[in-house]
Write a protein that binds this ligand. Structure first.
Ligand SMILES: *[C@@H]1O[C@H](CO)[C@@H](O)[C@H](O)[C@H]1NC(C)=O
Ligand SMILES: *[C@@H]1O[C@H](CO)[C@@H](O)[C@H](O)[C@H]1NC(C)=O
Ligand SMILES: *[C@@H]1O[C@H](CO)[C@@H](O)[C@H](O)[C@H]1NC(C)=O
Ligand SMILES: *[C@@H]1O[C@H](CO)[C@@H](O)[C@H](O)[C@H]1NC(C)=O
Ligand SMILES: *[C@@H]1O[C@H](CO)[C@@H](O)[C@H](O)[C@H]1NC(C)=O
Length: 448
């Protein structure tokens, strides 16, 4: 009898020990190490924005990945805002005036990244779905940043996939905290790095263009696999998922998507006269227009204006880096005001140069889908230098656009605009939603 009881006690003890071990293990697997601390920091910084839950989802597209943050905004109903419902947009505006956003201090990123695995998990960098199609179609990005690292991080989160590669250009004149924070973040990834040569970026100056070229050269040399290059400033945000971007780029099939304008939209004073730089005792050099008439471009190149941003095929990037005519044109661009708005356009819209993926038709007729920006149209946010900084009221229009990215957001201006777009993109990613691709298949500039 006693023996029987003793055996029961022994079994019970073993059971209790097993329970205890199981609890420890299961606790560890959901949150090993530092992530508790991180959660506290994050919750303090996003008191209402995110509801962090954990679950594992399987996708019908193949890979199984964990989904941690729901990226669900709890303060307002983003779905209603995106549908354009006036009351919810008004609610959001009231909520935002009562809850101004405190962005993550740049210096805080040193703390947040002290444990890279915890950082990536907590900040959502392990939340993605990668289909086989996406895995085989890596994309290279450059991102220009000069302040507010959180906004860079939010953009990186939206486009981050392990097969892609990212070059971050930090303005040489940015505060040390920005450089340190970006170094700390990039140090947590194999496929995100800081450009090897930083430029002091001057508004409307040549260094802005050089910054992208530095990234292009690094990306080209570091990785042989990527198919397309896209350049972004940290204030842009995607309105297509990586899966959609891959499908669209495959349709482009090597064609670049670079804007081109001719005629009186070209702002001729920018290239009719030589521009020079005067170094300042404090701060960045200033640009001024001389009275000296500028020479015509080399190699019989016609002047075309475009945007600083675009979508560039790998072979086009090779051409930019190695071709002598491309380099001669770059030299000519040094005395132009805002040369980044001419260089890509002139390479892409002068077919006799033979730049790969360039456009043969009339420049103004080509649709340009890299970036949507609102200029002088009805902006629901505010205008800065003539460009709309989006507010919550703009989202309804933005999500219906055919472009791949939108420009621009300010992290602390109507912060729910970016929060809601993020939630929307997150949902689309996990629901594997794909836009109607026929629109892209019928574009006249794609290569068939
Ligand atoms: C987070 O979401 C879960 C499930 O949707 C819900 O039960 C919980 O109350 C939410 N937590 C907060 C803090 O909103
Ligand atoms: C995203 O999905 C969640 C969960 O299904 C839903 O509650 C939310 O309204 C969706 N958000 C948007 C912007 O569609
Ligand atoms: C980083 O963490 C340390 C200790 O946990 C703290 O003293 C410091 O203030 C934190 N730094 C920032 C920028 O929050
Ligand atoms: C440029 O021309 C203007 C008007 O003719 C003149 O006032 C100015 O001094 C000139 N500037 C230089 C640098 O030659
Ligand atoms: C320069 O281009 C024009 C057309 O844009 C052409 O008519 C002309 O022959 C070209 N000149 C040279 C030297 O190639």
């Amino acid at each position: 009898m006693l023996k029987y009881v003793r055996r029961k006690v022994a079994i019970l003890t073993v059971f209790i020990i097993l329970c205890f071990v199981w609890m420890q293990v299961s606790h560890k697997s959901s949150c090993d190490g530092d992530c508790k601390k991180l959660s506290i920091i994050q919750n303090a910084l996003f008191p209402f924005s995110y509801n962090i839950t954990q679950k594992v989802i399987e996708t019908h597209t193949g890979k199984v990945l964990t989904r941690k943050h729901t990226r669900l905004v709890t303060a307002v109903d983003c779905k209603h805002i995106i549908e354009g419902q006036k009351e919810e947009i008004a609610n959001a505006k009231i909520w935002m005036t009562k809850h101004p956003k405190n962005s993550i201090p740049d210096a805080e990123y040193l703390n947040l990244t002290s444990d890279c695995n915890a950082y990536k998990r907590e900040r959502g960098f392990l939340d993605f779905i990668v289909t086989e199609e996406e895995e085989k179609y890596p994309i290279a990005y450059s991102i220009l940043v000069y302040q507010e690292v959180e906004q860079l991080e939010r953009l990186l989160w939206a486009i981050y996939r392990p097969q892609n590669i990212y070059c971050i250009h930090v303005d040489l004149s940015s505060p040390k905290a920005v450089h340190n924070a970006v170094n700390a973040i990039t140090g947590c990834f194999d496929n995100v790095f800081v450009v090897s040569k930083k430029e002091t970026v001057i508004y409307e100056g040549f260094s802005r263009l050089q910054a992208d070229i530095n990234c292009m050269a690094d990306l080209f040399q570091k990785n042989r696999k990527w198919k397309y290059f896209i350049n972004l400033p940290s204030q842009q945000y995607p309105i297509k998922t990586n899966q959609e971007i891959v499908k669209i780029l495959q349709i482009y099939n090597g064609a670049n998507d670079i804007e081109g304008m001719t005629g009186n939209r070209m702002l001729p004073n920018r290239f009719k006269y030589v521009h020079k730089y005067v170094p300042q005792d404090r701060g960045k050099a200033k640009i001024y227009r001389t009275n000296v008439t500028k020479s015509v471009p080399p190699h019989n190149i016609t002047i075309v204006k475009g945007s600083a941003y675009g979508i560039f095929s790998r072979n086009f990037v090779r051409f930019v880096i190695y071709d002598e005519k491309a380099r001669d044109l770059l030299e000519w661009c040094k005395e132009v005001l805002s040369p980044d708005e001419y260089y890509w356009a002139m390479l892409n819209h002068n077919p006799h140069l033979g730049a790969p993926g360039s456009y043969k038709g009339p420049p103004d007729k080509k649709r340009w889908l890299a970036v949507f920006a609102k200029w002088g149209e009805r902006c629901q946010g505010k205008y800065v230098r003539g460009v709309c900084v989006f507010g919550v009221g703009d989202l309804h229009e933005l999500v219906a656009r055919e472009e791949l990215f939108v420009n621009k957001f300010h992290l602390t201006y109507q912060p729910l605009a970016l929060d809601c777009l993020e939630e929307w993109l997150y949902n689309r990613t996990f629901n594997s939603e794909i836009v109607d691709l026929d629109f892209y298949r019928n574009l006249p500039f794609i290569l068939r």
